[in-house]
Design a protein around this ligand. Sequence first.
Ligand code: MRU
Length: 496
Amino acid sequence: MAFFTLKLTDDDIVEMIDQRKLPGKVIYLKLKTYEDVIDAIKKMVVRGAPAIGVSAGFGLYLGAKNIAVKMGVLDSGKNSDGSQCGGDYARGNEKNLARKINSNKTTKTAETIKTINAYNVGYDNHYEEFKIEFLKICDEMFKARPTAVNLEWAIKKMKEIVVAGNDINHIDTNTNTNTNTNTAAVSKIDSIYNDNSKIDNIYNSKAVNKIDSTYSDNSKIDNIYNSKAVNKIDSTYSDNSKIDNIYNSKNDRACDSNKHIINILKRLREESVKIYNEDIEINKKMGKFGASLLNDGSTILTHCNAGALATAGYGTALGVIRAAIEGNKKIKVIADETRPFLQGARLTAWELMSDNIPVTLIADNSAGLLMRKGMIDGVVVGADRIASNGDVANKIGTYQVAVLAKENNIPFYVAAPLSTIDLNIKSGEEIPIEERDGKEVSSVFGKKIAPENVDVLNYAFDITPNKYISAIITEEGIAKSPYNKSIAQLFNNLKK
Ligand code: MRU
């Protein structure tokens, strides 16, 4: 294939072909932030359900990396054993503070220790901070476009990696080379000074002794309490080596916390690339199943673009056509122009011509005539979301093609990966339909074609009820009516 739809480069840039400019210009944009990716999805630089899902995966990885950079996790630092770790976090400040306490034992230390502990809690919560920021980005990504469920599907996959990181034990043993030798000392201090109830207990036990004349007034109790507290602090921070141990241990914990995040980042990158690679494989598998439904010599109508440009590569509906051709069947394609964004005229025609697949472009309103004339043997389209009963959301205009196909006894096939099937919804009624700017309808390439201020309705998708669908082609096989049963069966096969 002479082009690629999108990819993540080795230096973490998302490159994607600008589909708004095709076929006139072949331009690849370089996106460096998750905001750029969200913008590209909204503006349809990248479009098509699977490609939107893949973009979300890459975008969330970029976003996660940016959070880690902002937190200093990727800066170089050292563990107590001298080995390199991500992030330093100016641990020396804490150490110096602790040494100061040690050199001035009369200092009222309780407050200072509290400050140190608060500081330490901050270190230990790097992961929590990272997770909170990441989940915010997921929410932003989710809002980019509402209909294609692949977006939600990819976000969920990426989220799972970060949320699974709740358990610090998820750190890979090979990356967790540093062991905390001083954890016991640290937790001892934490348990004394982090837990106010313990300090209260000391105070209370002294209060009980108030009957004793020695403890006859509150100021004495306070003195005793303070001196006890200070003694405890002193005995813990009794010498600099102990302080160093504590410092090292805390530092190691901070390093572990950073390594943990770095490890999560690595997994996010791997997952996003996996989503990308698997999408191509899935399309090829789907293509093979779908090709068996197309007769040699047939002419297939398709709507919108469900090709390589709408996926990581190969395509869903166009993947079925590619697979049939690879299987030596002669297939011709009729492409609906697909108003208003013209995915058929601009993208499907360009993509198929680039691959030397015969394609004829028609205006959307020609399909009925061609069907009646016997010029179309089958329809294959993609999907943005499929309900568990087999109702299909796809590009606006799909529904009328499906109705025409049924009327003319022409098989109507939908090709989509399982990630496009939303088992959480019972029927197409529940699928959110995106409404886009009316200007996409009242203008063509920025030129107004309708009266100024005319009211416009621009629904981007419609729902085709399952009764019009002859089969749904997936990577796990072909589902036929009754879809509730056949779709559930495909997911069961997947589990085996
Ligand atoms: O608005 P778009 O271009 O994102 O709509 C695309 C479609 O409707 C496709 O048919 C669908 O996403 C399937 S793509 C394999």
